[in-house]
Design a protein around this ligand. Structure first.
Ligand code: IPE
Ligand code: IPE
Ligand code: MG
Length: 261
């Protein structure tokens, strides 16, 4: 019989213990974290499954990440669920996504509300079928007075469309004589965005390995730290989130200043 190599066993156990990373200290965590939840299609393709299976698996990952952000006392969480460009996907994929979004709200709203999550939809909801729109509006109204995690869900959202909308609103205010063009500053623009009243994004994580913003929160990410994580969204879990939070905590955010000694 092979003898037990205690030294090897101890080092294996030690490695396992240390592979479980601890989250950074609360003051080193982002106040506002944004996710581009990408890679659902490729996750499914790799397994020989239809893309819709990837989207379904993606909603499971989302459930776990909302819970993790809540546990980790993250104040603001923004997720990119459907972009203004995603209407260009095949009709059946768009309808799968719409159905998943609706089902998600119906099945999760009680738990989210119980946890004190406050939901805000970023994007133009007029484009959604009436049933979805009502579910989304109800979710916002029902959670409006909660004071836990602030969860922004970007649906039919585009950063450019959001800025165009802000410019139009400010233009109308000028036309009505409520403001002057030279009184428009960065705060005035921020106040016209879907994220009005919220802090800018501190950390943006894009899963799936693509390295672009794809029209997400263009104004609010102006000084965000960005992590392009190669994990496909359905595989993104609490441990990976903690790993990325530690990368964020190790970054030196200079905001144009010089490095601290
Ligand atoms: C992101 O995953 C989900 C949405 C855009 C709604 P994708 O569907 O873009 O997955 P990939 O990028 O094709 O793998
Ligand atoms: C960005 O992912 C949109 C969402 C995650 C909702 P896409 O997969 O649509 O982005 P591109 O097409 O790769 O830029
Ligand atoms: Mg994609």
């Amino acid at each position: 019989m092979k003898r037990i190599d205690w030294a090897q066993l101890a080092s294996l156990l030690k490695a396992r213990r240390f592979s479980r990373e601890e989250p950074p200290a609360p003051e080193k965590r982002p106040r506002h974290i944004a996710f581009i939840m990408d890679g659902n299609g490729r996750w499914a393709q790799k397994r020989g499954l239809p893309r819709s299976a990837g989207h379904a698996a993606g909603t499971e990952a989302l459930r776990a990440i909302i819970r993790a952000c809540d546990d980790l006392k993250i104040e603001y969480m923004s997720i990119y669920a459907f972009s203004t460009e995603n209407w260009n996907r095949p009709v059946d994929e768009v309808s799968t996504l719409m159905n998943l979004i609706l089902r998600y709200f119906v099945s999760e709203i009680d738990e989210l509300d119980e946890k004190g999550v406050r939901i805000r939809i970023l994007g133009d909801m007029r484009a959604f079928p009436i049933e979805q729109r009502q579910a989304l509006e109800q979710a916002q109204v029902r959670t409006a007075h909660n004071d836990g995690l602030k969860l922004n869900i970007a649906l039919n959202y585009g950063g450019r469309a959001e800025l165009v909308r802000a410019a139009q609103k400010l233009g109308e205010q000028c036309a009505r004589g409520e403001t002057q063009p030279d009184a428009i500053d960065a705060d005035a623009i921020s106040a016209q965005l879907y994220t009005a009243g919220q802090p800018d994004v501190d950390l943006l994580i894009r899963t799936g390995g693509e390295e672009r913003l794809s029209n997400f929160l263009l104004w609010q990410t102006w000084y965000a730290e960005i992590i392009f994580d190669s994990t496909y969204w359905p595989d993104f879990d609490r441990a990976r989130l903690i790993h990325d939070l530690n990368i964020f905590a190790s970054r030196d955010r200079r905001f144009g200043r010089v490095k601290r000694a």
